[in-house]
Design a protein around this ligand. Sequence first.
Ligand SMILES: *Cc1c(COP(=O)(O)O)cnc(C)c1O
Length: 235
Amino acid sequence: MYIQDQLREIRAAIAAAEARAGRAAGSVSLLAVSKTFPAEDVQQAYDDGQRLFGENRLQEAMEKMPALPPDCRWHLIGPLQRNKVRKALEQGLELIEAVDSLRLAETISRIAGELGCTARILLEVNIDAEPTKHGFRPEELEEIWPQLTALPSLEIRGLMCIPAPAPTPEGSRPAFRALRLLAEQLRARGPLPLPELSMGMSHDFPIAVEEGATIVRVGSAIFGKRSYPAPPPSA
Ligand SMILES: *Cc1c(COP(=O)(O)O)cnc(C)c1O
């Protein structure tokens, strides 16, 4: 019952944050991050009504997806190598969240074209400009925006970020706000509506909701402490 209790608490916390921020109930999707947890745990969440799941490694996603009911929807939230793009697109993922370079975006666009589909992606932004981290720097994104938005077979749905670790949840707020403002600027330039902002994890998702997240990615607060090491989110 642990997972179902946790899920209910998190849904309530999301609803409370939506209300505090004056946002419509249900405007935020809860992505249950199931990386490192077995399919049985995912099934427990499913049985409590959860349908949206996130994995950060393609291989692990491919092993888990067939073990779960077909109405589960899956996001890839970790880095994707260009030589795995075809495989990723063949899995029927709903969203590839961590596209972090123009080259990767170009590859996804080209292969989606070959497969006759449109790939839905988010662009990962290195919002704190950490030197070692994945993601577009904000000014880089502004610079290559015309090239990115011209790519065919690609639907850029919005932005995602993994802020630098902060000692308190409140410490993530400036990064979340910066991501929202960046999305607003890019929206104003056109031509994309950019409806999604994926930000907030177990320790800071209520703050992310207050700052405009439409997807929060919550793992350990639902499934418990990860018992074997996963690559860090930015690896
Ligand atoms: C693992 C992971 C999460 C979830 O982290 P928790 O702290 O367990 O909620 C969110 N986003 C990404 C990209 C991750 O890799």
